[in-house]
Design a protein around this ligand. Structure first.
Ligand code: ATP
Length: 267
């Protein structure tokens, strides 16, 4: 893998409950992908396979990558992730080899979910799609057409911020034929996200996540995670100062107390 200009990663565990909001998206992904991995024997007997590819589209930071990781975790599948934007920077020959290598690895690591990020980078220059882009595109189509659930449990998840710029031949039936919108969060979803990203933190009793959700209109999950991170850093900094003040106070109190104790003890 290292000779290619792309990244294949083993993922950390992400559960549905780690993702705030997106209830409808999670349900759709669960029915259309996770179920098949979880009940592969039953589906195999019925001769039913999942679709080959799903496209998650929506603005940056709304949690598409996180949803992809959760699909793999919830399915008990491995997760291979590549970015088209990285691949396209490679030499002619290299990038399509990288795609082929990824799908080969995925088949070997079955059950596996392949996640392709920034799919729009394939088409960003459309007519002037360079030689690398054209080869990459043909290789990707070849790999999707060759996916066969009966021999390897591999599903492709793709993410893009610009669904309009994708080539329709990639999105036709039998290829990436399930399109799921990942929208910026509503007010209640923002509260859910704030709860999800602060779940391992001890919040002050005055912290009102619903109120923060109401005041963060237009913010994405990534923004809210950053907000919570900064708030916890600020709290830490304040705590550091307070604990110094406390220590002084305690010392102040300890001295007369111990003096009194000594006095009592002596007497
Ligand atoms: P991009 O298009 O920029 O790649 P993306 O839609 O793939 O963005 P992620 O990378 O999944 O977004 O989100 C960035 C981070 O923001 C996540 O790792 C997660 O910590 C946080 N995040 C985003 N959405 C949510 C959510 N709904 N619930 C909890 N955390 C979230």
């Amino acid at each position: 893998a290292s000779q290619h200009n792309y990244d294949v990663t083993r993922m950390e565990t992400v559960k549905w409950t780690d993702i705030g909001g997106h209830e409808a998206v999670k349900a759709l992904l669960h029915e259309s992908v996770v179920w098949f991995y979880q009940n592969s024997d039953a589906f195999q007997k019925l001769g039913i396979s999942p679709g080959k590819g799903v496209l998650l589209y929506g603005p940056p930071g709304t949690g598409k990558t996180l949803l992809g990781k959760a699909v793999a975790s919830e399915s008990g599948a491995n997760f291979l992730s590549i970015s088209i934007a990285d691949l396209i920077k490679g030499e002619v020959g290299e990038s399509e080899k990288a795609i082929a290598h990824t799908f080969r690895t995925a088949r070997r690591c079955s059950p596996c979910v392949v996640f392709i990020d920034e799919l729009e980078a394939l088409f960003s220059r459309h007519d002037q799609m360079g030689e690398v882009g054209k080869k990459l595109f043909s290789q990707l189509v070849l790999e999707i057409d060759a996916l066969d659930w009966r021999t390897a449990h591999v599903v492709l998840l793709c993410a893009t911020n610009h669904p309009g710029s994708l080539d329709p031949s990639l999105l036709r039936a039998g290829r990436i034929d399930r399109l799921i919108a990942v929208s910026p969060p509503s007010r209640t979803e923002r509260a859910d996200i704030l709860r999800a990203v602060s779940t391992h933190m001890r919040l002050h009793k005055d912290v009102d996540l619903k109120d923060i959700a109401a005041r963060t209109r237009g913010k994405t999950g990534a923004d809210l995670r950053e907000l919570v991170r900064r708030a916890s850093l600020a709290a830490l900094a304040r705590l550091g100062m307070e604990s110094k003040v406390c220590r002084k106070r305690t010392e102040f109190q300890v001295i007369p107390l111990s003096a009194k104790y000594t006095d009592t003890h002596v007497s």
